[in-house]
Design a protein around this ligand. Structure first.
Ligand SMILES: Cc1cc2nc3c(=O)[nH]c(=O)nc-3n(C[C@H](O)[C@H](O)[C@H](O)COP(=O)(O)O)c2cc1C
Length: 175
């Protein structure tokens, strides 16, 4: 069974980023992927910040990425780029750590002006990790993701459709 890992890059668990990663996770499972979510925020933040490659929890997280066929990098947009958690975690991945994988960048931001973060910020970092198959990615404005009272999220139908289409592309690319 093919493996997918979703790197959840928001510093809080209840970010609207979760609205997309929840849907992505379900769709990936439906498409037949063994799917897990990795939370860099649960790793020791000081060890990440100081790039402690010997830390066992960080090593285990990096191993989980290495074992995946599909890697989703999901982030809120902060200051026209990806979050600090995404940066410090990706810094721990070996130089060719994303070689041979299919990568889907996902970003949630407050303004359409920053939707190209997918291309000018995330894509070069993923390419630096030897990835040659980065999909177009999914950008969402935060207002397209509604927080429900039950703690879940409702995506606009258009966004939901784009998430589904992205999983279709992932499934084809990871064959
Ligand atoms: C510190 C900070 C910086 C932000 N910078 C940007 C930005 O430069 N561009 C943008 O589109 N949105 C920016 N936002 C908005 C967030 O990307 C957006 O609200 C978030 O993805 C969804 O909010 P939530 O995590 O609170 O649900 C910023 C938010 C914070 C907290």
């Amino acid at each position: 069974m093919k493996k997918a890992i979703i790197i959840y890059g928001a510093p809080v668990k209840q970010s609207r980023v979760k609205g997309i990663t929840d849907t992505l996770g379900e769709e990936l499972k439906t498409a037949g992927f063994e799917t897990e979510v990795l939370y860099p925020q649960d790793l020791p933040a000081d060890k990440l910040l100081y790039a402690d490659f010997a830390n066992p929890e960080i090593q285990d997280a990096v191993r989980r990425v290495e074992q995946a066929d599909v890697v989703v990098v999901a982030t809120p947009i902060y200051k026209a780029s990806f979050s600090g958690f995404v940066k410090v975690f990706l810094d721990m991945i070996p130089q060719k750590g994303l070689e041979g994988k299919v990568v889907l960048p996902v970003a949630v931001g407050g303004t359409l002006a920053h939707m190209l973060v997918l291309d000018y910020a995330i894509r070069p970092v993923v390419a630096a990790l030897a990835n040659s198959h980065t999909l177009q990615g999914v950008f969402a404005l935060d207002q397209w993701i509604e927080r429900r009272e039950d703690g879940g999220y409702t995506l606009t139908p258009e966004l939901e459709e784009r998430v589904r289409a992205a999983v279709g592309q992932l499934a084809l690319a990871a064959l």
